[in-house]
Design a protein around this ligand. Structure first.
Ligand SMILES: N[C@@H](CCC(=O)N[C@@H](CS)C(=O)NCC(=O)O)C(=O)O
Length: 264
């Protein structure tokens, strides 16, 4: 994609500034063509538009390979982001036979792993944030990004309790964890999430005025993770309505229709 950086001048000083920025952007990317002189529009807006366009074009031009098992688990939020952003990627699902060999090649011997232009990234939260930034799903500013993190971290906490409960082998302890999850931890987390939705208007997104990592992470949890625990119901109408809104996003609806069957 070719961008034309048109430097504009209101005064000699601003002209110099435009030229410096134009030169800087060109030095950073071969996709910017710097043409001094011409049109007059606001410097800040222009820089913002350029930065956003560069980020998007950088995201679109990279190659992505997501490595996980044939499951939703810790990889599905990333898949939701790829779907909503209409970003191409390789969805590599490692089979049981391949796993021992693949494991040796991974930094922590675990998945998910995201390869970006051949560079390996591990840890689902780091992968999700990286993708959210790349795919313009991380809010409009630092405050929105922090609010998005807030939702994701609450879901991580809930996920820990949920997995503890699922994986516990001791029957008595499993019962105790299950009761605690149903009676204390899930209601507390659900209530907090409803408060965050309410604080943002109640019937839209978790943060700001557009879909973000927070919404897609919540959708992935409530659609897949929560259903794995017997008797755990998403019994907050506002969270159910939020999930329905997410499922209605055409690109996500399309992914949900075509995603492979998987055991978890
Ligand atoms: N903190 C890591 C945990 C990764 C993790 O536990 N991965 C599991 C699958 S969900 C795994 O690779 N298990 C196989 C193994 O450890 O051999 C993350 O969030 O990515």
């Amino acid at each position: 994609m070719r961008l034309v950086w048109q430097s504009l001048c209101v005064s000699h000083a601003s002209r110099a500034l435009y030229d410096i920025i134009g030169w800087y952007l060109k030095s950073k990317s071969a996709h910017v063509e710097y043409c001094p002189g011409a049109l007059s529009i606001g410097l800040i807006q222009l820089v913002e538009v350029l930065q956003a366009t560069l980020t998007i074009s950088e995201a679109k031009m990279s190659s992505y390979k997501l490595i996980y098992f044939n499951g939703k688990g810790r990889a599905e939020t990333a898949r939701f982001m790829f779907a909503v952003a209409k970003q191409q990627y390789e969805d590599k699902r490692v089979s049981g036979e391949e796993w021992a060999e693949v494991k040796k090649s991974l930094l922590f011997g675990q998945v998910p792993v995201l390869e970006v232009d051949g560079v390996q990234l591990t840890q689902s939260c780091a992968i999700n944030r990286f993708l959210a930034k790349r795919l313009n799903l991380y809010g409009n500013d630092d405050m929105e990004a922090a609010k998005i993190d807030q939702v994701c971290e609450a879901l991580v906490d809930l996920g820990i309790v949920l997995r503890d409960c699922l994986h516990e082998q001791d029957e008595d302890r499993k019962k105790m964890l299950h009761k605690k999850l149903l009676e204390t931890q899930a209601p507390r987390h659900f209530a907090g999430l409803v408060k965050l939705l309410d604080a943002n208007g109640g019937d839209g997104f978790f943060v700001g005025n557009k879909v973000s990592l927070a919404d897609l992470d919540a959708a992935s949890y409530f659609l897949d993770m929560v259903t794995r625990v017997p008797d755990l119901k998403l019994n907050e109408p506002k969270l159910v309505a939020h999930l329905e809104r997410m499922k209605a996003i055409p690109e996500l609806a399309d992914w949900l229709k075509k995603r492979p069957e998987s055991p978890f």
